[in-house]
Unconditional design. Structure first.
Length: 237
């Protein structure tokens, strides 16, 4: 079992300064500045943006190879989630943007990190390359995951060849014009998932969530409502 270094957390208030993604200008105009956090993790410094109540259900947003945590700020996703009552965390993966490299393997990184971020299972949003981090978590530590949102993720073939069964609720998102990971991957992923819904974004490419943010946010919020409703104890009669 991995031994954790003492958690050091520094919270700084800062406004997002990057150019907004298409469709996100209105959201950013009224959005409060996200919290910026630096987390000391096993000798590495990990950079995150955070928004929403600290004790709310948590959504962890990862990113693809060409992007980073600030992408979710620019898109308005942190603001959308916070206004819906969720705690949103957008993480720079190790060696990306504000995060330093770590010696922890992608296959164990999230399983080691999540207990430091939340005491309850989280929903993980995993586009493209971040699938290499999310697949091992979903397959081997489903107890840490309330649900996940793979967006044309890397790593499908490896798990399909193993005959793996992913027993975590999944919202599979894909652009029909994806030229990097063909849309047929959505069906392959659904076949190894015990509970999955596939949503195809007509006319969108690999980063379909960037091209159609309103549809993405609508689908994401609907999925979160379903997933977290299951973990909420029924009201007393």
């Amino acid at each position: 079992m991995l031994h954790f270094a003492r958690l050091g957390l520094t919270i700084l208030l800062a406004a997002a300064s990057s150019r907004p993604a298409p469709g996100a200008e209105a959201a950013k105009a009224t959005a409060p500045a996200p919290r910026e956090e630096t987390l000391s993790f096993l000798g590495a410094d990990l950079h995150l943006f955070g928004a929403g109540p600290q004790d709310a259900p948590t959504v962890l947003l990862l990113h693809g190879a060409r992007y980073n945590a600030r992408t979710w700020v620019d898109l308005g996703t942190l603001d959308v989630l916070a206004r819906a009552g969720y705690r949103a965390l957008a993480l720079d993966l190790p060696g990306t943007a504000g995060s330093s490299p770590t010696q922890v393997s992608p296959s164990t990184f999230l399983a080691s990190l999540l207990p430091l971020l939340s005491g309850e299972p989280v929903v993980v949003v995993a586009p493209s390359r971040s699938g290499l981090y999310a697949f091992p978590l979903v397959a081997e530590r489903p107890d840490l995951v309330a649900g996940w949102v793979p967006i044309a993720p890397a790593g499908i073939d490896d798990y399909a060849r193993r005959g793996a069964k992913l027993e975590v609720p999944a919202l599979i998102l894909w652009g029909t014009e994806d030229a990097i990971v063909p849309v047929a991957g959505a069906d392959r992923l659904a076949k190894i998932s015990t509970e999955a819904r596939v949503v195809r974004f007509a006319g969108a490419g690999h980063a379909c969530y960037l091209e159609k943010p309103e549809k993405f946010h609508q689908e994401l919020l609907g999925f979160l409502a379903e997933v977290f409703a299951r973990s909420t104890p029924p009201a007393a009669p």
